[in-house]
Each structure stands twice: as structure tokens, then as C-alpha cells.
Design a protein around this ligand. Structure first.
Ligand code: HEM
Length: 500
């Protein structure tokens, strides 16, 4: 009798589970969505353990395997992650349904130690106010009359360091040099603060840069790694994060204090820091020092890392692309003086295409993530639940044959150039933001894109006209796992003088 009751109960419960499953929207609507579980039950947990360091390559493999179709992964304890790697889905997420895909609480918590409530880490009104303040400094007059002089002046200091390395025959960590250069340049432009970084190559001088990389790496590990809290609490990683953030804070508060002293001394400035200092909070009060710190920190991530990585990976790629290097050198020799001005740099087309082609193969922001604010359907019919993560890989999209053709692995400047059939004039191709979202797209498109391209072109042109670089095999050049596309061990080069 008991057995019969038990069998009936089990049967009823099974029916209930089947009924529930049939009503589960993920089951009901997402039959067409490839599920990239590595092992049932633990699903993609093994990817975190075994593919943490080559996750970008894994993303390339999956994008190629699924041909750009939306696919889903899941990490127990973290949740579902929908991967979008087609221009249609990217446009839907970043533009058409912009309000429905937010940074969200999870990402905010993960990045909070470094980014705080700065522009990269907030949504809604807080984002709008900061975006408006920042966008005010990125106009052509500022580029031409102010930024350009600083790019040239600071690149000349880089040339000096390269010249010494060439003459001594010693190897040099180019990746480190580029981070010193962009930090110095951006702090000067945005905050009027001069870091003694390019001239002073002593490793101690870059305490701030090292702390920055470490703090960001720990914050990035929180995203999608269920053991991150354990490592922070019990394996000393939390203390490391705290110490790194303390070094960052000390420097950033120094920058803010220096400006306060300038104001007290009656010095007139009108840069990004001034604009941040003039902002008011919701109650009409001036921003607190903590808020100012967050704004400055976010802009340092934007202005330092991305451009330094763009230049480092580009030099790496050009070492194996002699034709492209020659095209750039010929153009620079023909159109540019040794101390180029704004118009000369604007006219460089091959050099511009090189920055974009570099970003295609090694995007400074290799992947990105948002959270669904509500339940919704993608245009391809995929159901996404409120709170699910939506991930896209610029790295995988840039290497997708379904977007770029079968020669996708080749570094080819022609990919980003068009020739007018009537005049024969060359121009830079205006590629769709949704096919090529390396600078993001839609209302949150990168505010510094034009500045980064101008800086990158200027520095590349000035360096390639005088020097060539041989990439050393040790340490190996490999990507790091971080918010931006750092090289894990740096990149040692031997520098040679050349004459264009
Ligand atoms: C190669 C160089 C660069 C690349 C590839 C790049 C890429 C990006 C990407 C992908 C985002 C979106 C990030 C996100 O919200 O998830 C972004 C946002 C942003 N970038 Fe850049 N960036 C570059 C250089 C710069 C520079 C030099 C600046 C500033 C001076 C800058 C300022 C910003 C700002 C303020 C945002 C936030 C926009 C918003 O949320 O509304 N970027 N950038």
C-alpha cells in the first residue's frame, strides 16, 4: 500500500516537474539557442577553471562554431550568460533597446573598488550627467589647439627613450613604456597634472600603474568567477585589492589637491577636472571628494589603458605585416613632418586604417557585458530573463569569418580603406558600429574615440619614421585577463634606428 502511494507521489511530482519545465520560458522559447555547456550540471564551470586565461580564444572558437548565432553558457552560482555576436543583435542591445540593457548591480559591485560611481559603472541620470560633462572637452578646437601639442611633445620624450634603447642595444618593455606615455599624456590633458613617467623609467616610478593593473585584474575576476569571493576573503587577494586601491586613491587625491591649490592661487584652467569640480549633485551641492575620485579614476582607465594597449598590440601585429608597415612609412614620409601638426595627422589614411585593423584583431576592450533589466526577446526569438547577463566579444567578432571573410586572420589595411572610383582618392571606410563595436555603439559609444585615434596616429607615425622594433620571444607576448586587453608579461623589444 505504502509502495503504491510512493509510486503515485513520485509520478505526480514528475508530472508537475514536466509541466513546470514546459512552462519555463528558457525551455519553451530557446530550443533554437545553442547551449555551450561543457559538462551537464556544472555546465561552464570548467571553463572558468581551465580556460580562464584563454577565454578570448574560446570565444573565437564558439563564435566560429555557431556562425554568429546567439548562444548561451551558464556558471552555477553566477547565472546564465547569453552571448551575442551578430551585428543585428548588437544593434538591438546597444541602440534599439538601450534602456533595457544596463550595467546593473552585479557589475557595479564587481568594479566598485576601482570604478566607484564613475561613468563606466553607472546607469540612468548619474551616467547622463557625467557623459555631458566629459563630452564638452572633446571638440575639434581642443584637439587642434591643445591636445595635439601635448601628443607631439610627449611622443618626443618617448622617441628619446627609444633612441637610448637603440643606441645601447638593450631590450625595452614597450608595453610598459606605452602605459607610462598615455598616463602622462592623459593626466596632463584632462587634469593638468604632470606625472614624471616617460623620462623616469625606474620601475618604482610606476607604482601607480602597477597598482592600477592589479586592482583592475582582481575586479575583473569577480565577473563570472564564483570563487572570487573566497580568494579575496581567504587567499589574501582582498588585502591585495585594498592595498592597490590605497595607492590609486593616494595619487588621485593628490591630483585633486593640486588643482585646489591652483584654484586658491587664482590659476585659470578649463579642463575635465574643472568641469567635474563644477558639477552639482541631486541636492545642488558640489561633488564630494570621493565622487571626484571616482570620476578621475574612470577617466584614467579610459585614457591610459585603451590607447596604450592599442599601440602595443599594433607594434606587435606590424612585426609580422611588412607590407602594411611599408604602406604606413611611405605615407608618413610623403605627408608628415617630423613634428606633425593636426592637419598632417588627419590626412594619414593608412596610419588610421592601421589603428582600426589593430583594434579588429586585438581590441582594447576585448569583451563587454550588460544585464537585462526586464524579461525580453531578442529579434532572433531568444528569451532573456530579467537579471541575465548579456555578453559580447569584440575579440571574437573581429576574428569571425562570417563578418570579415576568409582572410580574417590577415592584417590588411585595405579592409578599412576605400578608393573613390572617379577621383582615385583614398578614404577611411566608415564601418558599421554594430559589426565593429570596439568603441562600443549607440548612446554609450566611446567619448574618446576621435582623441584616441588622433593620439594613436600621431605616436605611431612619429615612432615608425625613426625606429623599427623586433619583438623578443621572452617573456612571451600573451593577453591578460582584465577589463582591458593588457599583455600579461609585457612586451620586450629591441629598437633599431631607421631613416624614412
Ligand atoms: C583605443 C582606444 C579606446 C577604445 C578601444 C575605447 C573603447 C571604449 C569602449 C568599448 C567603451 C564602452 C565601455 C563600456 O561602457 O562598457 C568606451 C567608453 C568610453 N570611453 Fe573609450 N576607448 C578608447 C579610448 C578612450 C579615450 C582616450 C577616452 C578618453 C579620453 C575614452 C573615453 C571613454 C568614455 C568616457 C567612455 C564612457 C562612455 C559612456 O559610458 O557613455 N575612451 N570606450
Amino acid at each position: 500500500m505504502l509502495d503504491k502511494r510512493l509510486v503515485a507521489a513520485v509520478a505526480l511530482y514528475s508530472l508537475y516537474l514536466l509541466y513546470k519545465r514546459s512552462k519555463d520560458p528558457y525551455v519553451k522559447y530557446n530550443k533554437h539557442v545553442p547551449k555551450a555547456w561543457t559538462i551537464p550540471v556544472v555546465k561552464n564551470l570548467t571553463d572558468v577553471l581551465f580556460h580562464y586565461w584563454d577565454s578570448d580564444e574560446q570565444a573565437v572558437k564558439r563564435a566560429r562554431q555557431y556562425g554568429g548565432k546567439t548562444w548561451v553558457g551558464e556558471i552555477p552560482g553566477v547565472g546564465k550568460m547569453f552571448h551575442l555576436e551578430s551585428p543585428e543583435m548588437i544593434e538591438f542591445m546597444l541602440k534599439d533597446q538601450f534602456e533595457m540593457f544596463i550595467k546593473g548591480d552585479y557589475l557595479h559591485w564587481a568594479l566598485e573598488p576601482v570604478m566607484g560611481n564613475g561613468i563606466f559603472n553607472v546607469d540612468g541620470q548619474a551616467w547622463k550627467v557625467q557623459r555631458k560633462a566629459i563630452s564638452n572637452i572633446f571638440h575639434v578646437k581642443n584637439f587642434r589647439d591643445f591636445f595635439m601639442h601635448i601628443f607631439v611633445e610627449h611622443t618626443e620624450k618617448v622617441l628619446c627613450v627609444l633612441g637610448k634603447a637603440a643606441d645601447s642595444g638593450k631590450e625595452l618593455d614597450f608595453h610598459d613604456l606605452m602605459h607610462r606615455f598615455t598616463l602622462k599624456t592623459f593626466s596632463k590633458i584632462a587634469f593638468g597634472y604632470d606625472f614624471d613617467l616617460v623620462e623616469n623609467t625606474d620601475p618604482e616610478s610606476n607604482r601607480f600603474g602597477k597598482a592600477f593593473n592589479r586592482a583592475q585584474a582582481i575586479a575583473a575576476r569577480r565577473v563570472g568567477t564564483p570563487t572570487a569571493w573566497f580568494e579575496e576573503r581567504f587567499l589574501g587577494v582582498g588585502k591585495e585589492l585594498e592595498d592597490s586601491v590605497a595607492i590609486l586613491d593616494e595619487t588621485v587625491y593628490k591630483v585633486i589637491e593640486a588643482r585646489r591649490q591652483d584654484i586658491a592661487a587664482g590659476k585659470q584652467t578649463d579642463d575635465l577636472l574643472d568641469r567635474f569640480m563644477r558639477l552639482k549633485d541631486d541636492d545642488g551641492n558640489q561633488l564630494s571628494d570621493v565622487m571626484l575620485r571616482d570620476l578621475v579614476m574612470n577617466m584614467l582607465v579610459a585614457g591610459r589603458d585603451t590607447t596604450a594597449e592599442a599601440l602595443s598590440w599594433l607594434i606587435y601585429l606590424l612585426a609580422d605585416a611588412p607590407k602594411a608597415k611599408e604602406q604606413i612609412r611611405n605615407e608618413v614620409a610623403e605627408m608628415c613632418s617630423a613634428r606633425p601638426d593636426y592637419n598632417e595627422i588627419q590626412n594619414l589614411k593608412y596610419t588610421h586604417a592601421a589603428i582600426l585593423e589593430g583594434q579588429r584583431l586585438h581590441p582594447s576592450v576585448p569583451h563587454d557585458v550588460k544585464e537585462a533589466k526586464e524579461d525580453l526577446f531578442l529579434p532572433d526569438g531568444t528569451f532573456i530573463g530579467k537579471g541575465d547577463a548579456v555578453v559580447w566579444s569584440n575579440y571574437a567578432m573581429g576574428r569571425a569569418p562570417y563578418l570579415w571573410g576568409d582572410d580574417v586572420d590577415e592584417f590588411k589595411l585595405e579592409r578599412f580603406l576605400v578608393t573613390d572610383p572617379e577621383t582615385g582618392n583614398l578614404s577611411v571606410k566608415n564601418e558599421s558600429q554594430y559589426k565593429f563595436p570596439v568603441f562600443n555603439a549607440g548612446p554609450r559609444v566611446c567619448l574618446g574615440m576621435n582623441m584616441a585615434i588622433l593620439e594613436g596616429k600621431t605616436t605611431l607615425a612619429m615612432m615608425l619614421r625613426e625606429f623599427d622594433f623586433e619583438i623578443m620571444p621572452n617573456p612571451p607576448v600573451v593577453g591578460d585577463r582584465n577589463i582591458t586587453h593588457l599583455m600579461r608579461w609585457g612586451m620586450n623589444v629591441k629598437v633599431k634606428r631607421i631613416q624614412v
